[in-house]
Write a protein that binds this ligand. Structure first.
Ligand SMILES: *[C@@H]1O[C@H](CO)[C@@H](O)[C@H](O)[C@H]1NC(C)=O
Ligand SMILES: *[C@@H]1O[C@H](CO)[C@@H](O)[C@H](O)[C@H]1NC(C)=O
Ligand SMILES: *[C@@H]1O[C@H](CO)[C@@H](O)[C@H](O)[C@H]1NC(C)=O
Ligand SMILES: *[C@@H]1O[C@H](CO)[C@@H](O)[C@H](O)[C@H]1NC(C)=O
Ligand SMILES: *[C@@H]1O[C@H](CO)[C@@H](O)[C@H](O)[C@H]1NC(C)=O
Ligand SMILES: *[C@@H]1O[C@H](CO)[C@@H](O)[C@H](O)[C@H]1NC(C)=O
Ligand SMILES: *[C@@H]1O[C@H](CO)[C@@H](O)[C@H](O)[C@H]1NC(C)=O
Length: 643
């Protein structure tokens, strides 16, 4: 007996229908999830800021990370190259003796527009006659037997015929930005770059650098002009704003401004961009030219990237490429060429990468090796001898799902920010080194960066005395000491951007505190397991101080629900308990500070390093490991005990 007398044909229709429904539902789910954006604000912006310590590898966010496939671009098929003397040549290695003629057309910015470009008149060249480049960018076409066989955009730096000051008695600024990269994301995604930055370049990496607004615009305005509340609209250019690069330009610096992803470039997304080129060298027309050549692809980039984020690559090459190179590598190369061309000149150079991190945090990994190589180039090429490097971001991820976790909410507010100082500057002004070392653990913002850039532009490196009221409610140069008790309100950080924790003193005889401290002391003892014969076992002597740390982010309910996701999703709230403890151990009388967290699964973890708060002199002279010296107390010989 047949229980289901459905003929084959209708059954197949049903299966197809069912599949369609599933696909639509899945697409719908992804779409709704993409919209989920809970509104959290800080309810204690007037209290002394405790810089949040957060575990970058917390169990709650690990599901969002995976390793994307490496970027695969097409093989190098460039038929022409531009040399250091600004001449464009046919690469004889690639023509295989064939008679090829080429022409280039300069890419020209159209007047009164930051969105349009024109192609100049054709300049022909061939194997025996190269041509001089007239501008930074050109479309090159090559012809063989009457047919176009090659069409590609090329770039270089055409040095401007203008007087630039030497950098002998002043410093330059190299600003290398990666959009939407939180400090924690940099730790997770750029291990190679960060190790080099911290260990070899001795960078100051700021733990409390906080955004002042939701997207790139307010944060850019804050560090570039000192004012993040300048209104904008689609009708106006930004040329009249007091951008800090003008201060450098007035003082003889060569300037460069590069931002990729032309649709999302900061000043073009919210306004009309720039009428005049915002610097002697400006990469935007190159990207516009790429897009004008492949309109279809430019529109679909976001879709291709969404697929790549889900591990699907259409065709052999990634949408992050142009020709044989990832686009971020092109931008880095343009930066390098700028540095080589203006080697001994004063400079203000800013390169900002949007595409690689803006939509999908995981893609940042794909930049690690190239960022690392760039830093090596800077150091080994001597480009850091008279330049201050800022490797930084504007805010954390805004469009990834991680933003709906308690950690994501904190990290969105704390962008990666670091400074590398030239050795001569440190030697000449030791207080700057000392202040930066202090300020990495203070509340700072892009407004402070603005003041720092002005100090560099005007060669102001001597300590500045400012009265307390002036320091409040304005940016403070990072070369000065930032007050310990700074609040978000003092620093002009709005409550929607403020990530600060606050703390509350609790009794030190609390059993939970005792229990945690015992665990921390046991942990320290495990550090020198391999030196057990030399370092004495530490025992808890006294708990000096204990604080319960509060996260102050509060969910603002929408008065009226207007979107579907608001019915379907509830925010995950932060239920972790965090403690800050200062304790003393025997026999070293070492005093330590630690921040711990009890996770959702009831594990106790130590956030960041356990810090030795008092001097350890030569207590640990029996070992050579610098990392362990603050913790080890060398066992005394009988002779020592006698004395
Ligand atoms: C051509 O090939 C030679 C030998 O491999 C190499 O030295 C040279 O740099 C190549 N030229 C260009 C322009 O790539
Ligand atoms: C290259 O171009 C020049 C000028 O257009 C021409 O005189 C010359 O014959 C060409 N050389 C070759 C090898 O085609
Ligand atoms: C800058 O310094 C270099 C090397 O120290 C020197 O050769 C050059 O003449 C100096 N330039 C100026 C303008 O002082
Ligand atoms: C910032 O710009 C706005 C609008 O132009 C202006 O009202 C405000 O006074 C400026 N703030 C500062 C600190 O200059
Ligand atoms: C902790 O100390 C306070 C006074 O310092 C005391 O009143 C309280 O009873 C103590 N609690 C415990 C659990 O020992
Ligand atoms: C802390 O307390 C838990 C139970 O509350 C206990 O299992 C654990 O051993 C204690 N840890 C220490 C280091 O005393
Ligand atoms: C360090 O320890 C050694 C012996 O262990 C002692 O001779 C020396 O004086 C100590 N130095 C200081 C600065 O305390």
């Amino acid at each position: 007996m047949r229980a289901f007398p459905i003929n084959y044909c209708t059954r197949r229709k049903q299966v197809v229908l069912l599949l369609c429904c599933l696909v639509i539902l899945y697409g719908f789910k992804l779409h709704v999830e993409d919209d989920v954006q809970f509104n959290f604000i800080n309810i204690n912006g007037n209290e002394k800021c405790e810089i949040p310590k957060v575990n970058p590898f917390d169990e709650s966010i690990l599901p969002f990370f995976w390793k994307p496939n490496p970027i695969v671009c097409s093989e190098n098929t460039e038929l022409v190259y531009i040399d250091d003397d600004e001449m464009i040549h046919i690469n004889k290695n690639r023509t295989k003796g064939k008679h090829i003629e080429c022409y280039y057309q300069s890419v020209i910015r159209k007047e009164q527009s930051d969105d349009k470009i024109l192609f100049g008149t054709s300049v022909w060249f061939n194997e025996s006659r190269s041509a001089i480049m007239e501008s930074d960018f050109a479309k090159v076409v090559c012809v063989f037997e009457g047919k176009n066989i090659y069409e590609r955009l090329h770039y270089h730096i055409k040095k401007k015929q203008k007087y630039f000051k030497s950098d002998n008695d002043s410093f330059s600024v190299l600003l290398f930005g990666v959009d939407s990269m939180s400090r924690l994301a940099a730790i997770r995604e750029l291990p190679k770059t960060l190790t080099y930055l911290e260990k070899t370049l001795s960078a100051y990496v700021f733990n409390g650098y906080t955004k002042v607004g939701g997207n790139s615009y307010p944060n850019f305005m804050a560090f570039l002009t000192g004012n993040y509340s300048v209104p904008f609209n689609k009708k106006n250019f930004f040329d009249n704003q007091p951008f800090v690069w003008k201060k450098f330009s007035e003082r003889g610096a060569a300037t460069m401004y590069s931002e990729d992803y032309p649709r999302l470039s900061t000043f073009n997304y919210v306004g009309r961009g720039f009428n005049e080129s915002p610097g002697e060298h400006y990469l935007r027309p190159f990207y516009l030219a790429i897009n004008s050549e492949r309109k279809y692809q430019a529109k679909l980039t976001k879709i291709f990237m969404t697929l790549e984020n889900n591990d699907i690559t259409l065709g052999g090459t990634s949408s992050l490429c142009y020709g044989d190179s990832p686009k971020h590598a092109i931008q880095i190369d343009y930066f390098k060429r700028f540095l080589n061309k203006y080697k001994n000149n004063r400079k203000f150079a800013m390169s900002w990468l949007n595409e690689i991190g803006h939509d999908f945090t995981n893609f940042l990994k794909l930049g690690d090796a190239d960022f690392y190589n760039f830093l090596v180039f800077l150091k080994e090429g001597g480009h850091l001898e008279r330049s201050i490097l800022f490797f930084m971001s504007d805010h954390g991820t805004m469009s990834d799902k991680i933003r709906n976790t308690p950690i994501g909410r904190i990290e969105a507010k704390l962008p990666f920010f670091s400074i590398v100082l030239p050795t001569i500057l440190k030697k000449k002004y030791p207080h700057i080194e000392y202040n930066l070392q202090t300020n990495i653990n203070r509340l700072t913002s892009p407004l402070d960066l603005h003041k720092t850039l002005i100090d560099i532009a005007t060669n102001s490196y001597n300590p500045q005395q400012k009265d307390k009221e002036e320091i409040k409610h304005s940016g403070i140069s990072l070369f000065n000491k930032i007050p310990k008790d700074r609040t978000c309100t003092d620093a002009l950080i709005p409550e929607s951007s403020c990530a600060c924790y606050t703390s509350e003193t609790i009794p030190t005889n609390n059993t939970v505190i005792k229990n945690i401290t015992t665990f921390v002391v046991e942990t320290i003892n495990t550090y020198f397991k391999s030196h057990q014969s030399k370092c004495a076992l530490l025992i808890l002597k006294k708990i000096h101080d204990a604080k319960l740390i509060h996260s102050n982010l509060k969910h603002l309910e929408h008065g009226k629900k207007t979107a579907l996701w608001q019915y379907l999703y509830k925010p995950t709230l932060d239920k972790k308990q965090r403690y800050f403890i200062i304790f003393e151990v025997m026999p070293s009388e070492g005093i330590f500070e630690v921040t711990t967290e009890i996770t959702q699964t009831n594990n106790l973890i130590i956030l960041d390093k356990i810090i030795r708060a008092n001097r350890y002199g030569n207590q640990s002279s029996c070992i050579n490991d610098w990392e362990l010296k603050p913790y080890c107390y060398c066992k005394q010989t009988t002779l020592d005990v006698q004395s």
